[in-house]
Ligand binder design. Sequence first.
Ligand code: HC0
Ligand code: SF4
Length: 576
Amino acid sequence: MVKAIINGTEIQVKEGTTILEAARLVNINIPTLCKHPDLVADAGCGICVVRVQGTGKMLRACCTALEEGMKITTHDPEIVKVRKNVLELILSNHPKDCLICARNNDCELQRLSSEFGIRDAYYPLIVGRKKHKHDESTKTIDIEGSKCILCGRCVQVCQKNQNVWALSFLGRGINTVLSPAGEIELNDSPCVKCGQCSNHCPVGAIVEHDETQKVWDALSNPDLFPVVQIAPAVRVSIGEAFGYPIGTNLTGKLISSLKKLGFKGVFDTNMGADMTIMEEGNEFVHRFKKKDNMPLITSCCPAWVDFLEKFHSDMLDNFSTCKSPHEIIGVLSKTYYAKKHNVDPSKIFMVSIMPCTAKKYEIHRSEEMFASGHQDIDISLTTRELARMIKQSGIDFKNIEDQKADSILGAYSGAGTIFGATGGVMEAALRTAYHVITGKELSKVEFKQVRGLKGIKEANIDIDGTTVRVAIAHGLANVDHLLKEIEKTKAEGKPSPYDFVEVMACEGGCVGGGGQPYGVTDELRKKRAAGLYKDDESSKVRCSHLNPAVIQVYKEFVGEPLGPQAHKLFHNKYTK
Ligand code: HC0
Ligand code: SF4
């Protein structure tokens, strides 16, 4: 342990704790633009300078460890002046069009400029700087290079946390630009569209590709029949845009708001998650019995699908062929629902509300996404886009009455709702796999071994005397590590160390998705996940195969899980 003094308060911290972290422990907030709790410090912005008393030194708090006996001053008039000066220098190289910026009112640079009372652009805008790119090529996330403050957060999250290496800084000095290597378009780079860069950007340099206008247009088109579905993780994060405590489950208010916006059918992706489990749980049991292409790897995360196709195509046979839940709701809405409600499927305009940017890519990624004969999902919006639409519509979100989703694509089990947290798909699948293997029901449905934020989780699950070896990875760098282990045993001709593997591209699973409200930390991921586990606990039905709506859809329309109709509507192919 190290003892030191910060602003006159004695503090004892673990060796290696930075001054920034130590100050936060005693409720002192040192401003920073480059240090994010998910990332290692790299002293990119220089705003976090503090003074070491008795030495005259000013050090960067984000990357300086507190040492024994140090006396630190974090705030005094001179330090504030230095910080203000750093901000002014950043602003000298930053457009001042806050009013029309995608991060207006939700920008860390704007907030700091306001807190520091910056009124003049003290330094003139640097001229002759290399022109930055505006890149919308992925149609999932847009890069507005002129807004980049070179903090390095997006580059680090893409390279280190996701191990994708799509983004980098090119050039030197004032000509440094944010770009994929070779200055190619992002869509031609290894980018998997996870959106983590946009979620970690403090300003408006990388943002989701906004498609709200297309949805407004559809809602006001009398020829269309607009319907919508809500992903598991959206219900526990949308409240952050309306001042609710993190993790509050707002399913009822979300449904009412979507109805008020004009959607004629409001469905729940959680029900699609239950359908996915019926297919994937059965797929697992079949493969497990035959020891065929083990382990089975989940495939409902589209950034992960893109990553696997790009970087581990030798493992494609291990991938579950089952579509993701929102695609299942999409195809059911334009087939089963359309028939039942006598609506022309070509008029149905299906919108998915997702915590994810990659879902914007998934909806047209292959011909299977047109299984209804139309594009099964027309538009996928992020949580952030929906929050803006609700605000634009004048809906009093806090006071709106709760409503229920529409029958029959709106009823879900507790297993469906936990999909939004890392380990949730695995837990939901195990609940149903137990039933398929044993013909019995679990007395205790929780598998807590697969929960939590550890990057790679492993467990041996006992199913009535049979051991199922499972692993869960989230955050693509962790996934890559796990896959390399599996590939190694495969190359050596040894049996797979796992039977079933769950993968989510984003840390924490979808609760930490790239399209979620900004400011993600592990603390926040835990609270959002806790909201989903609470929803599961309070659900009357907690296993997908016991969801009466699922049973009815199979009985009336699909037939058997993995049967011909299920294959036609609910399964995918992958390409090398
Ligand atoms: Fe997810 Fe999903 S759980 S990917 O994370 O499987 O985006 O929330 O909607 O489709 O259900 C995201 C979240 C979903 C899908 C579900 C899966
Ligand atoms: Fe990298 Fe993901 Fe951003 Fe693409 S979307 S640049 S993979 S962080």
